[in-house]
Ligand binder design. Sequence first.
Ligand code: PLP
Length: 359
Amino acid sequence: MQQINVTKTYLPPLEEYDKYLKKIWDNGQVTNQGPLVTELEEKLKTFLGVKHLFLVNNGTIALQIAIKALDLKGEIITTPFSYVATTSSIVWENCIPVFADIENNTLSINPDEVRKKITDKTSAILATHVYGNPCNVDALQIIAKENNLKIIYDAAHGFGVNHKGQSLLKFGDISTLSFHATKLFHTIEGGAIVTNNDELAHKISYMRNFGHNGPEAFHGVGINGKISEFNAAMGLCVLPKVAELIKARKNISELYNELLKNTSLIKPEIADNTKYNYSYYPVVFPSEEKLLIVRDKLNNMNIFPRRYFYPSLNMLNYVGKQSVPVSEDISRRVLCLPLYFDLSIQETEKISAIISQML
Ligand SMILES: *Cc1c(COP(=O)(O)O)cnc(C)c1O
């Protein structure tokens, strides 16, 4: 059997990409905010229903620019249950990550734990919408307001999610997205910074382009966050397919739900009032030992789920020792099962059968 991975990049029909390549060849511009980047930005703003959106070259630089744009200093309270970039961006920007533990059922940062970690050095909360599942945005907003903190949401998994009747990307001061090839919507490599705030938007628009204000002047410190026309072309091909891709993932997720319902696996609870994007299919095992047995068995059958997220980020050797028992426990027991647009019914049944047998 062909190898099955946790995800598979959606590639559009080659002719569709080729149409955009011809445009690039015709006008000769390959990067520096070309027409395809501008077109994709406009289309994404409409699709996502957000005010300001800036494409950048990856989701990590999006986080770093967000931290810089908000001029954050000192301690940033963050989740230990996320991809490493969430924490590394904080450290890279010379701030200190302070971990607040997660909720056992949603796997999102726990607002009560956030409150406990606030000190006079805290400047912001950086939380992840884990697997596209919205954080408790209302509780975090109240905490931020009471304590004069900024909020950044790492929405790398949150593309196309709606929450409480609007885009999930509208919550907080800034949301960041990743358009890496493994994500639901992608530009091969890429990402975006989203904000409702005009002043921040102004700052970000300079920051992502070295701070350039015309060829010979600079608005302030900046970095090279630019994305190429080739990446934008991929995004323009993938965007019209997103609804279809989400539909396919929904169907597969529902099939997994049905086939795995009599096992001891637990699924994270999705926040109420959410139109979900089915970006991942995480399951929590009763023990790490069971997880490893199932993982090895699947690997032997050429099936490669992923321990995502593992390890808990408080285990990184460049952060101070901090105790977050729920995150450590869940990280050891969570596995993301293969989920992508053309995973077949037969493949889903086979994966589910192997797992069911062992649990
Ligand atoms: C993928 C991801 C990132 C990093 O995005 P890149 O585009 O790969 O730099 C950051 N945070 C989370 C939660 C992610 O899943």
